[in-house]
Design a protein around this ligand. Sequence first.
Ligand code: DX5
Ligand code: ZN
Length: 242
Amino acid sequence: VSPGRVKPALPAAYFISKGFSAMLKIAPSILSADFARLGEEIRSIETADYLHFDVMDGLFVPNISIGIPVLQSVRKITDMVLDVHLMITDPLRYVSDFLSAGADILVFHIESQAPDKTYETIRRVRAQGARVGLSLRPKTPWDILLPYLDELDLVLVMTVEPGFGGQAFMEDQLPKIAALRREIDRRGLKCELEVDGGINPDTARLCVEAGADVLVAGSAVFKAQDRAAMIASLRRAGEGSR
Ligand code: DX5
Ligand code: ZN
């Protein structure tokens, strides 16, 4: 490459031919960011694919994080895909608020409300033109999603108990990821399979081997000196594992 010339990006076919996981997406969680410098913190992760935004209400989980006004501010300063993870009771009540605030993907917990409200929440997110996902706590069995899977853009498997960053990865969730991968492929769905909690380059590899294609990482990315390098090494964790 001659000086001053930008090297062209490699085509996706190159990665596929190399057996890389070309479709692997990285989603840094800003829960581990410095909220007093949020704009700069977001700039530092823009080589990632999604920005993961954790909302906690102190009821569904024993912690309170950030909500609608922060999401509005974030929306104004970035074009990243905003992947909003609602850890709240009664998500149906807040669908319009989060979508108007700028969520691109709205993910809520299957355990947070009754099945009829789950269907209604999915329908309402879709009707407003956004993507919708359902999340599972570690103790929730994967097959609870069977009736909803065709309607979802994303499934989020929690690999820690939701509520806090910096916890240890739960290896016992790997069979759940594998079972969901098999069912998504069996049905030929485009539904993404995201994992969240305790993800670092080692656990990322296990998750990608099990079939995950979106990796959330909070402390691994924000505690790294060089965040772009950490995002790249999480991406590399998928190379050759699928
Ligand atoms: C936990 C949140 C996660 C959290 C992950 O309830 O849903 O998104 O930020 O943090 P790490 O990657 O540090 O486990
Ligand atoms: Zn999350």
